[in-house]
Design a protein around this ligand. Structure first.
Ligand code: NAD
Ligand code: USQ
Length: 411
């Protein structure tokens, strides 16, 4: 696949393995990142469990091992509009993969400062990108990482379609069938930004003919891909703290520590999951199958399976011997929900899913074991609560203060 690809947010958990995977498939890759995720770690005293190298060292290691050069541009998407326009003009990419957003729901709910930062960063990043592209002669295919949380988690009794809902409206001439964007129902400010993103995409695809694929992705678990496992200097980041760690990866670290698995509320929440290996393959296949100019936004549900939080905790607990504990839910979310997801179009791209029950669970546990000495257990409890009333009620041992160090600036 000989595409020139910009990977926005290519230093992050999904972006780094995607950059390596695409390079290995023959793409000419340039990573664009403002390193804000690393800055958040510094400011909020969190860190990846795995020892991630700085971008220069990672890229050097890749070149040393494969002979392939990956470019790196430090650019603040959403703030440096002229820089972005210049970059698009000088690189003339065939495709752009857009990961460059603040991606933690709990972080986005910490306080007004983090809410404002998340809205400002994410919405401006997405809008600057499509706005700059609407001025360009070329029309690179944009593949954006959206979220299943755009649909919300209300039990519906039917499978979440891939982006569009068929509706029937009563008109003077009888029933009229139509397809609309699935009504967004976000449960965090972070998820709200993904809902706003999809409207921005809809507008620019319709009015400017941009070619856009929006991958509504589930929770990504796992750490390594064949490329990041080639050398320790290429290792992927692994978040386990209360803000950025996602549920399954957190449970696996907690299991290794013997720290009771933190099930929020009843654990009746059902969520969609995908392994990081399938994330990178899904993006590769999306790049191989772009929509045509003039098509509506192509929306795929980039998920491979759904699980209830309590079932995950039970499974990890049985394998590891570490018990689980139900703690007050710091979030405002449905205590229990059913979730059926349609992913036919995604699987039709040729994805053969990596299932949770495969031996790959042990890959994560092995990583967790290898680096467990780097774990700071004080960062494990949830540190962000959705509502002040919950904050006031929260047990101080389970939920630390919602206030923290100075956040990144919103403007
Ligand atoms: P991450 O935080 O590890 O990576 C995001 C990267 O984008 C970071 O390197 C960060 O420095 C960069 N970035 C953020 N804002 C930027 C800006 N304004 N300009 C330039 N660079 C910027 O997150 P991730 O887990 O790799 O997620 C990547 C994308 O995938 C996000 O958009 C996220 O919403 C989406 N997603 C992630 C998951 C998941 O479970 N990790 C699931 C579904 C969707
Ligand atoms: N949960 C626990 N215990 C924990 C952590 C989480 O019970 O220790 C529960 C939460 O209450 C929630 C569920 O597990 O019900 C999932 O939480 P999560 O932190 O794993 O995932 P979430 O906040 O939804 O966000 C993650 C990524 C985000 C992505 C989203 C995909 O951080 O970038 O968009 O997954 S989805 O959830 O499908 O929208």
């Amino acid at each position: 696949m000989q595409l020139k690809v910009l990977v926005l947010g290519g230093d992050g958990f999904c972006g780094w393995p995607t950059s390596l995977h695409l390079a290995r498939k023959g793409c000419d890759v340039t990573i664009v990142d403002n390193l804000s995720r690393r800055l958040i770690d510094e400011r909020y005293a969190t860190a990846s469990l795995t020892p991630i190298c700085d971008p220069d060292e990672r890229i050097r290691a890749w070149e040393e091992l494969t002979g392939q050069r990956i470019g790196f541009v430090n650019l603040d998407l959403g703030k440096s509009f002229d820089g972005l326009v210049d970059l698009l003009a000088s690189t003339k990419p065939d495709a752009i993969v857009h990961f460059a957003e603040q991606r933690s729901a709990p972080f986005s709910m910490k306080s007004p400062a983090e809410k404002r930062y998340t809205i400002s960063n994410n919405v401006r990043a997405t809008h600057d990108l499509v706005c700059a592209l609407s001025e360009c002669a070329q029309s690179p295919h944009v593949v954006h990482l959206g979220s299943m949380g755009v649909y919300g988690y209300k039990s519906t009794g039917f499978a979440r379609p891939e982006g569009y809902l068929t509706i029937l409206t009563q008109t003077g001439n009888g029933l009229k069938e139509d397809e609309i964007l699935y009504p967004a129902d976000p449960e965090s400010v972070y998820h709200l930004t993904k809902a706003l993103d999809q409207l921005i995409f809809q507008y620019y695809a319709k009015n400017n003919g941009l070619r856009i694929t929006d991958l509504h992705q589930g929770i990504v678990w796992g750490t390594q891909t064949p490329e990041t496992a080639l050398d320790e200097r290429l290792i992927n980041r692994f978040d386990y703290d209360g803000d950025f760690g996602t549920v399954l990866n957190r449970f696996l670290v907690q299991a290794v520590l013997g720290y009771p698995l933190t099930v929020y509320g009843s654990g009746g929440q059902t969520r969609a999951f995908i392994h990081i290996r399938d994330t990178v393959r899904g993006i590769e296949q999306s790049l191989r199958n772009p929509p045509a100019r003039g098509d509506r936004v192509r929306i795929l549900n980039q998920v491979t399976e759904t699980h209830r939080v309590l079932d995950l905790a039970t499974m990890v607990s049985e394998v590891s011997g570490t018990p689980y504990q139900m703690v007050d839910n710091p979030r405002f979310e449905h205590a229990e929900n059913e979730l059926e997801v349609s992913n036919e179009q995604f699987l039709d791209l040729g994805i053969r899913p990596t299932r949770l029950h495969d031996a790959l669970l042990t890959e994560v546990t092995d990583i967790a074991r290898r680096y467990i000495d780097r774990c700071d257990t004080s960062t494990i409890p949830a540190r962000s609560v959705w509502q002040q009333a919950q904050a006031d009620l929260a047990d101080a041992e389970d939920v630390a203060s919602a206030s923290g160090p100075a956040p990144l600036a919103a403007e």
